[in-house]
Ligand binder design. Structure first.
Ligand code: ZN
Length: 81
């Protein structure tokens, strides 16, 4: 087995009961959704930095949920193996 084969084991999204980050992802639209995605996945922001940005904009999320959601270990996702 190679690393590329292990990509098949990526946890899949569950359609119910998202965590606070998953719920916010479902709520945001347009450029706000794009900015949130960038903060979480492409800009390398720490959970603390993401948390403070969300807090400053009035969003109520769990700080621990940020890295859990990012690594797909929150309740939004189900392991495939
Ligand atoms: Zn989640």
């Amino acid at each position: 087995m190679a690393l590329v084969d292990r990509l098949e084991d990526t946890p899949i999204r569950r359609p119910w009961l998202p965590c606070s980050i998953g719920a916010l992802e479902e709520t945001l639209e347009g450029s706000e959704a794009d900015a949130f995605y960038a903060m979480l996945h492409t800009l390398g922001w720490s959970a603390t930095r993401v948390y403070h940005a969300l807090e400053a904009e009035g969003y109520n999320v769990g700080k621990q949920s940020i890295n859990r959601h990012r690594s797909r270990s929150c309740r939004c996702f189900q392991a495939t193996s």
